[in-house]
Design a protein. Structure first.
Length: 288
């Protein structure tokens, strides 16, 4: 089969085994992205699942890849160490800290700062150290540290190298918003909302599948999305599965049309090399 193998991950920091970490995979070629794999793998199996995809060209992951720069500087001070100069140094710091240690530092810091990139996209992204994000940020960063640097390049911290899988931080809500689609209202764990949520997710998936057919010229640069019929029911049943598909699609967009995305190195802030970057297409402006 020709084309590039693309992945998308909706990551969970839950201790449950398996937790709601979903992996979507598909092939990107001149016709677009066709998602042919979608499974609840759990974060404990994610590394092994990626290792089983030796030809994976790129994968988008839905969790904060790093911490706010001012919090990072605070951590260095508390550790009585020199300021961190790179993302790798921040990750190494976290490896020797427990989640409770991070929670204690966050509490002492007394604010939930956002990264530069979190303030974009209508400010919808919460702080990586927000109480609902801290475990996911902590577990996710430690997971990234476990990836073989000879096989994976985590952007924007690493250089892109031939033969290495590119790893991007993506945010499904930002991708939906930038594409002019509803970015809220499709998630609820309440049983009474089950049928309503299923219909909303079905409609949202259909809109994603139809993006390429919009009349504006802009959409000619966006890869067409196709999802195997047997897998679409997962996206209807689970918002986490749908987010994995969106993460995969956002990554395919970046691979196919990087000109639709802002270059993080144009942000004129060295903090980006500590904080990372959310990769989402430029906000679509309606005609006129």
């Amino acid at each position: 089969m020709t084309g590039q193998l693309i992945g998308g991950v909706d990551y969970s920091g839950s201790k449950e085994v398996p937790n709601e970490t979903w992996l979507a995979t598909g092939r990107l070629d001149g016709l677009g992205l066709e998602v042919t794999g979608l499974a609840r793998v759990g974060s404990h199996r994610l590394a092994a699942e990626l290792a089983n995809l030796p030809t994976l060209a790129a994968v988008g992951m839905d969790f904060p890849f790093s911490l706010p720069a001012d919090f990072v500087r605070f951590c260095a001070q508390k550790n009585e160490a020199k300021e961190f100069q790179s993302w790798q140094e921040v990750v190494e710091f976290l490896i020797f800290k427990s989640l409770d240690d991070l929670a204690a530092l966050t509490k002492e810091f007394q604010k939930e700062s956002k990264r530069l990139t979190d303030s974009k996209f209508r400010g919808m992204a919460q702080s990586p150290i927000h109480r609902t994000n801290s475990a996911m940020t902590y577990q996710g960063m430690r997971f990234l540290a476990s990836l073989d640097p000879k096989k994976f390049s985590v952007l924007p911290f690493h250089d892109k190298e031939p033969g290495r899988c590119i790893v991007l931080e993506v945010f499904p809500r930002a991708t939906l918003w930038c594409c002019g689609l509803p970015d809220t209202g499709y998630k609820s764990k309440e049983k009474k909302d089950t049928e309503k949520m299923q219909q909303i997710r079905r409609d949202l998936l259909n809109k994603l599948l139809g993006l390429r057919d919009r009349k504006e010229e802009f959409w000619r640069a966006v890869p067409r999305l196709a999802v195997d019929k047997k897998l679409q029911h997962f996206a209807v049943e689970s918002d986490d599965a749908l987010d994995a598909i969106i993460a995969c699609y956002a990554t395919a967009m970046w691979m196919a049309s990087p000109q639709l995305f802002e270059d993080p190195f144009d942000c004129d802030s060295e903090d980006m090399l500590l904080e990372g970057w959310l990769y989402a297409p430029v906000k679509i402006k309606p005609p006129g």
